[in-house]
Design a protein around this ligand. Structure first.
Ligand code: PRP
Ligand code: URA
Length: 207
């Protein structure tokens, strides 16, 4: 799985364990999701291209570096919103699009109810969706982003199932995934095991 990077960091493991805990209430869950996404964003942006640029410090003329290309973040609604604030904090110039997808609980097929994205050509796209389960939603979202011109896409997720990784990287071999964990698999209703339950519900206190 050369396209998949699993963040191995004690702090990430600690935060993820608290997210998994069934006793974690929405306010704490949101806080933990923001913190964990810092680690994911730093990992995903590690290889962004930069250009050397002169900078005048208060003391001397020196050389600095700036990001080469615009970064676009696209959270998949709703759960992806839990990762967005960190991205806008760390990358103040980031452009943000939104993809509204909903997975049918019976068929597990995603449908799109909203899509608004900025120009995606010649950008680095960070697709935000904390749960990669069957991979149907992420695969569908990547297809939509490619139709809108995206060529460089990374998926940031919190927990991925092997089934979802296989589906996504088979359908889109060019996609890179950064995740905090690869879990055991899916149960018979399409939930990740051990997982953390329904991320969107836990983030927003719904069920
Ligand atoms: C969840 C999750 C992913 C999707 C993953 O969203 O946030 O988008 O399921 O499942 P998949 O890999 O099998 O497609 P959901 O449809 O529950 O919507 P929500 O975020 O609004 O709760
Ligand atoms: N979506 C979630 O939020 N959790 C899962 O385990 C699977 C899909």
């Amino acid at each position: 799985m050369e396209n998949v990077r699993v963040v191995r960091h004690p702090l990430a493991a600690h935060l993820l364990t608290e997210l998994r805990d069934v006793g974690t209430e929405p306010e704490r869950f949101r806080h933990l999701a923001r913190r964990l996404s810092t680690v994911l964003v730093l990992e995903a942006t590690r290889d962004l291209a930069t250009t050397t640029e002169p900078v005048q410090t208060p003391l001397v003329q020196s050389q600095g570096r700036r990001l080469d290309r615009p970064v676009v973040a696209v959270p998949i609604l709703r759960a992806g919103l839990g990762l967005l604030e960190t991205v806008t904090d760390l990358l103040p110039d980031v452009r943000v699009g939104y993809a509204g997808l909903e997975r049918d609980e019976e068929t597990l097929q995603p449908t799109s109810y909203y899509l608004k994205v900025p120009e995606l050509r010649d950008t680095s796209v960070l697709l935000l969706d904390p749960m990669l389960a069957t991979g149907g939603s992420a695969t569908f979202a990547v297809g939509l982003l490619k139709e809108h011109g995206a060529t460089d896409i990374q998926l940031l997720c919190v927990v991925a199932a092997p089934e979802g990784i296989r589906r996504l990287t088979t359908d889109h071999a060019d996609i890179r995934v950064v995740t905090a964990a690869v879990d055991d698999g899916l149960n018979d209703v399409g939930y990740i095991v051990p997982g953390l339950g329904d991320f969107g519900d836990r983030l927003f206190g719904t069920s």
